[in-house]
Every structure is written in structure tokens, then in C-alpha cells.
Design a protein around this ligand. Structure first.
Ligand code: PBG
Length: 326
């Protein structure tokens, strides 16, 4: 007789539910991905990411100050350069868009916000791949590491707290760590996009950065294959051994099993990237009146935390922070 009401008893009131909640979502868990575009005077909306814009240098400053005021601990920057070339040289130009934006933001917010920089060359190459092409249209792993080292030093010189390599080249973390240490940047941390899958969910992001891969190509030659989870653990362990301070699984919701397995396996801080397509699907359904977008968004973020992520890179950051503060 006695056990039949046991599980419902603690669900009776809102404070009871709050008291026994196993997982919490806080503003401290959120990182805002932000786009900054060279040579524009007004922020440009991104059609497939409602509410997300390509910032001007000035509007980026305003946005990061607002995020600081909401208590958001970190942002991650993506640049859209005015010119592109085969090597993506704007990614290490000291006057490249992300480097000038990092200096602006350090000036604006000091140490009150963690400044992360996505470290890849796909936004900067004219062919749209994440590295330098060999003669056969494939990305040359070791030649690309050299480019990443230059970009890491440029980002750290400009004041990045964290470099976040997202190109999925083998050996990228070791190469970047060596470049940072060798240039007086031993304190610059590395957040490795360790288990980054070749996902169709990045579609809207490529609109946001105006990147098309040449010849309708894809990134399956370097990003991870979606069927594989054990391989993600190999990627994660390798990156930690190479010196990653924090690791990431990306995308998030279709890979919650991977997040949970990584959480069981390692003790370094674990990030998850709730990517552009995950955001866009909720926005589209909500715009049709088919779901309560804000409620679904919070449920999704909580699920990512429950799976084991310590923090989440998400385009929902500002809205979620406003809701959590409210
Ligand atoms: C590569 C990079 C991508 C994303 C973050 N870093 C795109 C890709 O790998 O094609 C995707 C993020 C998103 O979809 O929100 N620099």
C-alpha cells in the first residue's frame, strides 16, 4: 500500500520541485556565439537565424556590454572578413576583423567577460574549407596546422582568453599549445572542439558567415562521422593529452549520448555547442505557432546540462539570460 504515492509526493508544488531538481540551468552556463563582419555600417540580420545578426564593431561592443550586464560569463567570436584567399590569411592578420574586435572588447569589458575566439580558417578561405587544400581538393592536415598556429598567436596577441580550434585537424591542439607557449601566451586556454560531427545542422551558420564550400563539397574528410561514439572518446582523450583545457561535443541534442559518455570518461570542463540548426528549428516551429518556443528552448538547454555538459554555446544566450534573471 504505502509506496504507491511515493514518486508524485515531491512533485506537488513548485518549490518542492525546485528543491529536488537534479539539474539546474544558470546564466553562468551560457556562452554567446557572436558574428562580427568587416566593412559594414549597420548590423545585418541572418535570414535563417532570426534574432541573430552580423555585428559591426560598434554593435558588437554594445552587445557584449549588455551580455555582461546580464551576467553572461563568456562570448565566442566568429569573423566575416572583407577579403578571402586560399590560405585564409585574414585569420592571422593582426588587423583582421576578429583581432580588432578582441581589442575593442577588452577595452569595453576588461576582464568581466571571458573572450573566446573560434579558431579556424573556413570563414577566411576562398574555397570554404577549414584548411589549406592539397593538389587533389583534400585538406592538407600538417600544412593547415601551421595556419592555425599563426591564428592562435594573433588571437592571443589581441587579448583572447581562450582559443577554440574547430577545424578537426589531427594534432591541432598540440600545435596551438606549442605556438601559444612559444609566444609568451602560456595563460591563454584552449577549448577544443574535440568531437565535432559532420552535421547537416550547421546550415544556418554557413549563411551567417557567408561560406559556401567550393564545388558543393563537405567536411566529411575531417569532421567526425555521425554513427561513431567511441571515436568521440578517442578524439576527446587525444585532445586532453595534447593540452586541451576544456573539450566540446558539437552539435548537442542529437549527440546527448556522446555528451553523457564523455562526462563519465573525463574530468575536464565539458562544453556542448547547441548549433545554428538546432536553434533555427525551434524558431521556425515557434513562428508557425506549433510549439511554445521559449519553453522548448529552456527544455533543450536543460537536457544538454542533464546529459553532462558544464556549459553551452548557444544563440539562445541573451534570451535565456533575460528569462533566468527575470
Ligand atoms: C567552423 C565552425 C562551424 C561552426 C562553428 N565553427 C561550421 C562548420 O564546421 O561548418 C558551426 C556552428 C553552428 O552551426 O552554429 N569554423
Amino acid at each position: 500500500m504505502f509506496p504507491e504515492r511515493r514518486l508524485r509526493r515531491l512533485r506537488r508544488t513548485e518549490p518542492l520541485r525546485r528543491l529536488v531538481a537534479e539539474t539546474r540551468l544558470s546564466v553562468d552556463d551560457l556562452v554567446a556565439p557572436l558574428f562580427v563582419r568587416e566593412g559594414i555600417d549597420e548590423p545585418q540580420p541572418v535570414a535563417s537565424l532570426p534574432g541573430v545578426v552580423q555585428h559591426t564593431r560598434a554593435s558588437l561592443r554594445t552587445e557584449v556590454a549588455a551580455l555582461r550586464d546580464l551576467g553572461v560569463p563568456a562570448v565566442i567570436l566568429f569573423g566575416i572578413p572583407a577579403t578571402r584567399d586560399p590560405e585564409g590569411s585574414e585569420s592571422w592578420n593582426p588587423d583582421g576583423i576578429v583581432q580588432v574586435a578582441l581589442r575593442d572588447l577588452r577595452d569595453e569589458v576588461g576582464d568581466e567577460v571571458v573572450l573566446m575566439a573560434d579558431l579556424c580558417v573556413d570563414e577566411y578561405t576562398d574555397h570554404g574549407h577549414c584548411g589549406i587544400l592539397d593538389g587533389h581538393g583534400s585538406v592538407d592536415n600538417d600544412a593547415t596546422l601551421d595556419l592555425y598556429q599563426r591564428a592562435a598567436v594573433a588571437q592571443a596577441d589581441a587579448g583572447a582568453d581562450v582559443c577554440a580550434p574547430s577545424g578537426m585537424m589531427d594534432g591541432q591542439v598540440a600545435a596551438i599549445r606549442a605556438a601559444l607557449d612559444g609566444s609568451g601566451h602560456a595563460d591563454t586556454a584552449i577549448l577544443a572542439y574535440s568531437a565535432k560531427y559532420a552535421s547537416a545542422l550547421y546550415g544556418p551558420f554557413r549563411d551567417a558567415v557567408d561560406v559556401q564550400i567550393v564545388g558543393g563539397g563537405d567536411r566529411r574528410g575531417y569532421q567526425q562521422d555521425p554513427p561513431n561514439a567511441r571515436e568521440a572518446l578517442e578524439e576527446i582523450r587525444t585532445d586532453i593529452a595534447e593540452g586541451a583545457d576544456m573539450v566540446m561535443v558539437k552539435p548537442a541534442l542529437a549527440y546527448l549520448d556522446v555528451i553523457a559518455r564523455v562526462r563519465d570518461d573525463v574530468d575536464v570542463p565539458l562544453a556542448a555547442y547547441h548549433v545554428s540548426g538546432e536553434y533555427a528549428m525551434v524558431e521556425a516551429a515557434a513562428a508557425n505557432g506549433w510549439i511554445d518556443g521559449d519553453a522548448v528552448a529552456m527544455e533543450h538547454l536543460l537536457a544538454i546540462r542533464r546529459a553532462g555538459a558544464d556549459f553551452i554555446l548557444t544563440y539562445l544566450t541573451r534570451r535565456a539570460a533575460e528569462a533566468l534573471n527575470g
